[in-house]
Ligand binder design. Structure first.
Ligand code: SF4
Ligand code: SF4
Length: 107
């Protein structure tokens, strides 16, 4: 087991700053979905993490805590995350990116 970044969409979608997406050192790992959370009444979309690409450096946590001051990201054990976006389940469209959330990862 290992730690990966997990974003609280209810916090993120209240601000939509997108700062973390600019600082993750791993390409295509923190992504942004304009529609995430809209069905729950959130004002904006939200960032999410493709957990199979996350190397656990926690840089995004520092950015969200200290630069954005939103405290929306926590490092969590990968098998403890309820819903996780996986690269193979992320589909790309012409002008936006959509995550299809997989069931909890095990093992
Ligand atoms: S820095 Fe925090 S609030 Fe901003 S987009 Fe990333 S997770 Fe959301
Ligand atoms: S922990 Fe590091 S690799 Fe993982 S999403 Fe955050 S910045 Fe990217």
């Amino acid at each position: 087991m290992y730690l990966v970044a997990n974003i609280d969409q209810s916090i993120c979608a209240a601000t939509s700053c997108k700062l973390c997406t600019q600082y993750c050192p791993e390409a295509n790992t923190i992504q942004y979905d304009n529609e995430a959370g809209k069905d729950k009444g959130f004002k904006y979309g939200a960032a999410y993490v493709a957990v199979d690409r996350c190397k656990g450096c926690a840089q995004c946590v520092w950015v969200c805590d200290n630069m954005a001051k939103h405290h929306a990201i926590k490092m969590e054990m990968i098998d403890q995350i309820g819903d996780a976006a996986l690269t193979e389940n992320i589909t790309y469209h012409d002008k936006n990116t959509k995550a299809v959330l997989a069931s909890p990862l095990k093992g």
